[in-house]
Design a protein around this ligand. Structure first.
Ligand SMILES: Nc1ncnc2c1ncn2[C@@H]1O[C@H](COP(=O)(O)OP(=O)(O)OP(=O)(O)O)[C@@H](O)[C@H]1O
Length: 257
């Protein structure tokens, strides 16, 4: 469904003393419809750079990406617009994707209007918005509030309702619950899984939290200094890690349990 082949990202810096850093180094993997692939690794190993390339927010230095078999590495114009609708992200910090000056109703309506998902007849739009918020467990009274009048978990639900509206083919979840209270984390993760079951999208799940990865993912990719050093099913990687870095990551995890 979605595939990256030999993807790399090199950052160049310095005007006089030119320096370059290979943040993502020759990464190849795929994720299928309905499948969740976890991406784990220490801070600075290149997870976000990889996610940004997948989202086409960052230019790739080399390699290629395919969605449903089509090479999307250098698409532009209408094709890029359509790709951006099919590939969505849920951020760590949901506030960053919700305009604090708009009521929640308008934040959701904005997505429907930009993507022409409901006729502008207010009744059609309202019906779809009511349906979306009920799918993510919010009530109609929340629609009349601003994001700063909601809890972190409720804002993440609003962000999810906007993603649901677009029926994405691939969802990149970048630490989607790390800013939430532990009690709310489980609710949001359960919601994410039920959304995936309903809509069937593929998911790339970036997380530092190995417990969450264990519960959410089918397969896992371990990154170290920009490279994939290990990958496999969650059971394989957690029970029989091969690479020294994965072993130390899991030892640390076992100590904290
Ligand atoms: N715009 C940039 N210009 C130069 N270097 C960058 C840029 N963005 C990231 N880097 C560097 O690339 C490397 C990978 O960064 P990246 O943010 O992809 O890592 P990460 O695994 O997502 O880290 P974290 O878990 O802390 O978010 C780091 O060394 C970082 O300093």
């Amino acid at each position: 469904m979605f595939e990256v082949r030999n993807l790399s990202k090199v950052y160049n810096s310095g005007v006089i003393n030119k320096a370059s850093l290979k943040a993502v180094d020759d990464v190849t993997f795929s994720v299928d419809r309905g499948e969740t692939v976890g991406i784990i690794g220490e801070s600075g190993c290149g997870k976000t750079s990889l996610a940004k390339m997948v989202l086409k927010l960052l230019k790739i230095s080399s390699g290629s990406m395919y969605l449903n078999g089509e090479d999307v590495s250098s698409i532009r114009g209408e094709k890029l617009k359509s790709y951006r609708r099919k590939v969505q992200i849920i951020f760590q910090n949901p506030e960053s994707s919700i305009n604090p000056h708009m009521k929640i109703y308008d934040c959701i309506a904005e997505v429907l209007r930009i993507n022409k998902l409901a006729s502008r007849k207010s009744e059609d739009e309202k019906a779809l918005i009511y349906q979306l918020i009920s799918m993510v467990g919010l009530q109609q009274e929340h629609l009349n509030r601003y994001s700063w009048e909601l809890s972190g978990g409720q804002i993440q639900r609003v962000a999810l309702s906007r993603v649901l509206a677009l029926k994405p083919e691939l969802l990149v979840a970048d630490e989607p619950t790390s800013m939430l209270d532990v009690s709310v984390q489980a609710q949001v993760l359960t919601l994410l899984r039920s959304m995936q079951r309903e809509q069937g999208f593929a998911m790339l799940f970036i997380s530092h939290d190995l417990d969450v990865v264990r519960v959410m993912c089918d397969r896992v990719i371990v990154m170290f200094m920009g490279k994939i050093v290990e990958s496999g099913t969650v059971d394989q990687v957690f029970s029989h890690p091969c690479h020294n870095y994965t072993k130390s990551l899991l030892e640390e995890y076992e100590c904290l349990r």
